[in-house]
Write a new protein. Structure first.
Lengths: 291, 261, 334
């Protein structure tokens, strides 16, 4: 009994912090799928790009980590806007298969570019001083970094909540998700909202990539390697359903952490087994409106 | 001794959420029936068709055909037993040719569709039957055209061809004339008249002219309930039925002044 | 008479249509087989490589049938490929070293497995199906990774050897037997697939792909038909996997990976998902491009493939086969 409580607490803490990272990265994917009905298998590129930029810029521009992180997010935002116009926009009317193919293609090309720029190996990331070290939780060390992740997550959540529930922008965006044709008929420039949502998603992914580099190491193969994980979250969340994706991300984070802890032989198993079970149990419920 | 009814609906009820869409519907069609199902929009006609075809399961009640209770049988089984429906909005195989569309139905009907080893060429009998049906409907000239290239009127004919290929004993025609410009309805009409006499036909329609031309019996459905049922003339002249089709427009439709809403 | 130009591009159609299709199709088709055989003589140093290409072509064919024909979008087909490979490997290690029967057993195992899996997952379609197939194959990969006693884990199965084909043809390092053996298997499966495609069953599969609801309203047992198709495709994939094991005398985890599933998806799409020859065109092109670009820089090929994929999706609908088909159609109307 005495052994269990700290174990459970730690699983909770690690699982939740992991889940938060997954959530922040996946929001963009959920939005894109919900708003634009586009399956973007290349979404991970924004996360990894943000991460790479944040950790490379300090040396390059001789600035602090925080400044680099902010710059990185802004850069990814910019790149996201451009890419949306130039590439992702055209996926709009295509069949699922074509979207899958085009975005996988984009993913591959991007991975190649990343390899060219940064080399094929995992980037050894070192967070600044104020993020290293441990705090004591129940008498055991718990990384400050993880605390930071959870705090950052809360801040982002708060920001999102304010944005979606308390601004007219957010309300309109939600209207676009819920009923596109009505929104269009009311004269809302749905396309503009799409672009903005896409940009938000890309920036959030960048933040997730930067903040989560300690859990999801940065490497060129990142977008492909973690694709199953991101897709799992999106699949279980439904369309444009941010609240659901928060719950799902936390569950995935917890299941993965707990799984690795209790049954280490199974490793990544647990999450995917969960996915298979859930999708089979409620195929209509889980991805409502798909078919 | 009464002959077995080709199609019998006993006390069919269906509700979605809190809404009672089908309310204790009773209906009987004998072999060779030409029966129309009419009613204002939202009356629950589509749901009824779904219940009969097997796409929707009723909350209570029964669907019978020639004495057999079909209420719990699957879509596919009902088709095999001769209960076939056509679609209001054409549901074909757009990229396939007209011939292929009909052949799909013929293959299923003659039980050859499961054969992996046989070449389509060798299925002479099936091919001939297809061409026969196409000729009946006068669309054999378009046999090799992809269905999506045909005019809507011709597509409706392909729709009829497909249901004919299934040799139904009971046919549910869901608004066969829907969407066809008036210039093309004659072809459809003559096709309908050529349908086998012993086939029981339940037709859902808004086109009163078509109903008058084609159907001997009429059932009126309003808000999921049967309002009236009987010989076409009587039902169409009944005051309560006219009232159900609110207003002048309804009145005119029934007295033959107007054909459509 | 209008050219129906069926987008499904397979040998389904009226007699008149069929004759026209067949004339060009069998010409081009024959050319492919002749070229494949010619490669044996023209590139004697590459027979081993050629054998792998042929094996992957077979794998691509199995996937192309599922995708283009039955409309089953799967990111997990490597599961069957890999299982077939491991079954063949374990059979050999257990003493069953007769190659042809080994291949057939692998195919049978994967086929039966797919029947069970198919009945459960083929109720889904679209993105949910994609997800489940991907998840399943990741699960199998992880399981194989951990079950080192069966699969050899990261190191793979080594020491796998086989008796000569038909008792006469000895396996050797120069790849002679591998090439011709694989080519034969490919031809056999291809002929089977072609028969399948031009059968009434084949037509019903196209119907199921185009409008599954209508098919069930024609009385067709849709799920059952899909499962049969899926099982056949899984069998073919298993056969391809077994061939790989026999050719290389080795089985590694790579055969079960997500990359392999994506690879085969790319090959089929590149070649043209709606044509039987799509796999035959896409696989060699993809693999040769991969081989050549990997010589420059291991990651350049990802750039090339990425660009190719995007290009094919946006500009070359129907892949290479579709492109060729359009050329031949134009020639026909001259």
């Amino acid at each position: 009994m005495d052994q269990l409580t700290p174990a459970v607490t730690f699983i909770l803490l690690y699982g939740v912090s992991f889940g938060i990272v997954l959530f922040v990265i996946s929001i963009g994917l959920v939005l894109t799928l919900g708003l634009m009905r586009i399956v973007n298998l290349a979404h991970g590129v924004f996360a990894v790009l943000g991460g790479y930029l944040a950790f490379k810029l300090p040396a390059l521009l001789d600035i602090g980590f925080l400044a680099a992180a902010v710059t990185a997010v802004l850069l990814v935002l910019l790149i996201g806007v451009v890419l949306e116009r130039v590439f992702f926009r055209w996926l709009f009317g295509m069949s699922e298969l074509e979207q899958v193919l085009a975005t996988i293609g984009f993913c591959f090309a991007f991975i190649a570019l990343l390899t060219f720029a940064f080399g094929p190996n995992v980037l050894a990331t070192k967070y600044p001083e104020w993020l290293s070290g441990n705090v004591s939780v129940l008498g055991r060390p718990f990384p400050v970094y993880r605390v930071f992740v959870m705090v950052a997550g809360l801040v982002i959540l708060l920001g999102l909540w304010l944005l979606f529930d308390h601004t007219s922008f957010g309300a309109t965006l939600r209207a676009c998700v819920d009923n596109q044709s009505m929104a269009k008929a009311s004269g809302i420039n749905v396309n503009w909202y799409f672009s903005v949502a896409f940009a938000i998603g890309a920036s959030l992914a960048a933040i997730g990539g930067i903040v989560g580099a300690g859990m999801l190491p940065l490497e060129p193969l990142y977008p492909f390697k973690h694709l199953p994980l991101f897709l799992t979250i999106v699949a279980l969340s439904g369309f444009g359903n941010i609240k659901a994706s928060l719950v799902v991300s936390l569950v995935v984070g917890l299941v993965d952490t707990a799984g690795r802890y209790f049954v280490p032989e199974l490793g990544a198993f647990t999450v995917f087994t969960l996915l298979v079970i859930l999708v089979l149990w409620r195929p209509q419920g889980l991805l409502m409106g798909w078919k | 001794m009464t002959a077995m009814l080709a199609l019998e609906l006993r006390g069919l009820c269906k509700s979605f959420g809190g809404l009672q869409v089908t309310n204790d519907v009773h209906l009987g069609l004998g072999a060779g029936a030409r029966h129309a199902l009419i009613g204002p929009n939202g009356a629950g006609k589509s749901t009824l068709v779904g219940l009969v075809s097997g796409a929707i399961e009723p909350d209570s009640g029964q669907v019978l055909s020639f004495g057999r209770d079909l209420t719990r049988t699957s879509l596919q089984s009902r088709v095999k037993m001769g209960l076939v429906r056509s679609f209001q909005i054409t549901s074909l195989f757009p990229k396939l040719s007209v011939l292929e569309n009909v052949q799909l139905a013929v293959n299923e009907n003659t039980g050859v569709a499961d054969r992996l080893w046989q070449s389509m060429h060798s299925l002479r009998e099936q091919r001939d039957r297809c061409l026969e049906i196409l000729a009946e409907l006068q669309i054999q000239a378009q046999a090799d055209f992809p269905v999506e290239n045909l005019s809507y009127g011709k597509q409706r004919l392909v729709e009829i061809a497909i249901v004919l290929a299934l040799k139904p004993r009971v046919l549910l025609l869901d608004e066969p004339a829907a969407g066809i410009p008036s210039t093309e309805t004659d072809l459809l009409l003559s096709a309908l008249h050529k349908l086998p006499a012993e086939m029981a036909i339940l037709m859902i329609e808004h086109d009163m002219k078509l109903v008058r031309d084609f159907c001997a019996d009429v059932t009126v459905l309003v808000s999921g309930k049967v309002l009236a049922s009987g010989k076409a003339q009587e039902v169409m002249n009944s005051a309560s039925v006219r009232n159900a089709y609110l207003g002048r427009s309804g009145h005119d439709r029934f007295t033959g002044v107007k054909d459509h809403a | 008479m209008a050219a129906a130009g069926s987008a499904h591009g397979l040998e389904v159609g009226t007699e008149m249509e069929l004759n026209k299709h067949n004339f060009w199709r069998s010409r081009v088709g024959l050319l492919w087989w002749l070229m494949a055989l010619a490669c044996y003589f023209i590139f004697p140093d590459y027979r081993g490589f050629g054998a792998s290409v042929l094996v992957m072509t077979l794998f691509a064919l199995s996937f192309g049938l599922a995708l283009g024909f039955a409309g089953i979008i799967s990111l997990g087909h490597a599961m069957y490929f890999g299982i077939g490979a491991y079954v063949a490997g374990r059979l050999a290690l257990a003493g069953w070293q007769e190659p042809i029967s080994g291949v057939l057993i692998s195919g049978l195992v994967t086929g039966v497995l797919a029947i069970g899996i198919g009945f459960v997952i083929l109720r889904l379609s679209g993105l949910p199906l994609l997800m489940v197939t991907m998840a399943l194959s990741v699960i199998v990969f992880e399981a194989a990774n951990k079950a080192t006693s069966i699969t050899g884990g990261d190191d793979g199965l080594t020491g796998v050897s086989f008796k000569p084909v038909l008792g006469i043809f000895n396996w050797s390092l120069d790849g002679n037997v591998q090439f011709l053996y694989s080519l034969t298997w490919l031809a056999v499966v291809f002929l089977f697939a072609r028969r399948l495609v031009s059968s009434p069953y084949g037509l019903s599969m196209v119907g199921i792909r185009e409008n599954p609801l209508r098919m069930s309203l024609l009385g067709a047992p849709v799920l059952r038909r899909l499962v049969v198709m899926y099982a056949l495709c899984a069998s073919f994939a298993g056969i391809a996997g077994a061939l790989l094991t026999q050719n290389t005398a080795f089985v590694g985890l790579q055969v079960l990976s997500l990359e392999t599933s994506v690879d085969v998806l790319v090959m089929v799409v590149l070649g043209g998902a709606f044509s039987l020859y799509g796999a035959l065109l896409g696989a060699p092109v993809y693999l040769i491009v991969k081989y050549v670009t990997q010589q420059w820089n291991p990651f350049y090929w990802m750039l090339v493939i990425g660009v190719l994929l995007m290009g094919v999706t946006f500009f070359l609908k129907g892949g290479i086969a579709g492109f060729l088909s359009r050329i031949f159609q134009n020639r026909r109307t001259e």
